[in-house]
Design a protein around this ligand. Structure first.
Ligand code: GLT
Ligand code: MN
Ligand code: MN
Length: 357
């Protein structure tokens, strides 16, 4: 149906690493070839997306020298601009290089910490070159398998020093960049420090320059922790800290799945969309997910279309929820001190979502 066609003003973005995911998992090799960044930009533009995000290494191989880097970035910019696309966010890969295997910003080794900060600074520079004003920081390796190896308070102190070094860099350069911290409870580490959005929010208050640091809640990561993603988003909004969002899905209690948005839990996804749409969130609706490992490239674009389509359908359901006389009447009654009719309310929502209302 044409009414669920995405358009640029819907502000849908995808990481290069998401549609570019080759389907490798801990037990199996890639199942589809890498898609070149320029092709990703062109195909997503044709599907109605607003832009792309990227890790430093998704675009520029870590082995590239300065001249190669300049060429790659200039050519990428040409394609992005030519397609009327944007790069609102960049991030840094502080997890693939074996040097970061026991932490990057929280490594006990000062040389490793310096490398992590240098790499993050270069990724911030890259973002500024590409017009991004959000820098996501996901501390994938900032954790432990055994607390015998690191004291959690020392790790938090090191983490804070690292982020303080980055905000200083942003201020010194006069960049417009704001940092969005992304929480995840585990994987690839046994335990990752600051495992939830709520923990990140408390930590931000301890930084030197908290104004330019917020959060990037990810639906799947909150679900991995057994939590409700829409509540994490609400708390971030309440704190004025919802700088970015990662939309996807997850079967609770599993490994990190990064499933297509809304594919596991439509009701949970409905409340995520409602929080974003009603809460004044103006940033990108960013999908951090990937196609099933069964898929070839055609399946990847089917996946991308599905993420956006589901969001738009749910956005329409939100509008209907807010305009539904019976639903709103029951809410009014509750606010006026009437008895709760939560069973009725929830069934009305279920009817709405199942398309019979
Ligand atoms: C990685 C992770 C994501 C993060 C990305 C940004 S990388 O795919 O699982 O949740 O947002 O570093
Ligand atoms: Mn994830
Ligand atoms: Mn993410």
């Amino acid at each position: 149906m044409a009414e669920y066609e995405p358009h640029k003003e819907d502000r849908f973005t995808f990481g290069l690493w998401t549609v570019g995911n080759v389907g490798r998992d801990p037990f199996g090799e890639p199942v589809r070839p890498r898609i070149e960044p320029a092709r990703i930009v062109r195909r997503l533009a044709a599907l109605g997306a607003y832009g792309v995000s990227l890790h430093d290494d998704d675009l520029v191989p870590p082995t590239a020298d300065a001249a190669e880097r300049r060429g790659i970035v200039a050519e990428f910019r040409r394609v992005v601009d030519g397609e009327g696309m944007r790069v609102p966010m960049t991030t840094v890969n502080l997890f693939s290089d074996p040097v970061f295997r026991d932490g990057a910003l929280t490594s006990l080794d000062p040389g490793v910490r310096r490398r992590a900060i240098d790499k993050a600074r270069a990724a911030i520079d890259l973002g500024v070159e590409l017009g991004a004003d959000i820098f996501v920081l996901w501390g994938g390796r900032e954790g432990v398998e055994t607390d015998a190896a690191k004291d959690a308070r020392e790790a938090l102190r090191l983490y804070r020093e690292g982020i303080n070094a980055l905000t200083r860099y942003i201020r010194d350069r006069g960049y417009p960049t704001r940092i969005a911290l992304e929480a995840k409870p585990n994987e690839p580490r046994g335990d990752i420090y600051l495992p939830t959005t709520g923990a990140m929010l408390a930590f931000i208050a301890t930084l030197d320059d908290p104004d330019i640091v917020g959060v990037n809640p990810e639906v799947a990561h909150e679900k991995m922790a057994g939590l409700r993603a829409a509540h994490a988003i609400a708390q971030a909004q309440d704190a004025g800290k919802l700088f970015h969002v990662d939309l996807n899905d997850q079967h609770p209690g599993r490994y990190d799945q990064d499933l297509r948005f809304g594919s596991d839990d439509l009701k949970g996804a409905f409340f995520v969309v409602r929080a974003l749409e009603n809460g004044g969130y103006q940033g990108p609706r960013h999908f951090d997910a990937h196609a099933y490992r069964t898929e070839d490239e055609e399946g990847v674009w089917e996946f991308a279309r599905g993420c956006m389509r589901t969001y738009l359908i749910l956005r329409e359901k939100v509008r209907r929820f807010e305009e539904d006389a019976e639903i709103q009447g029951l809410l009014q009654e509750a606010r006026a001190g009437g008895k709760p009719r939560n069973e009725r309310l929830d069934q009305l929502l279920v009817d709405l979502l199942l398309g019979v209302r």
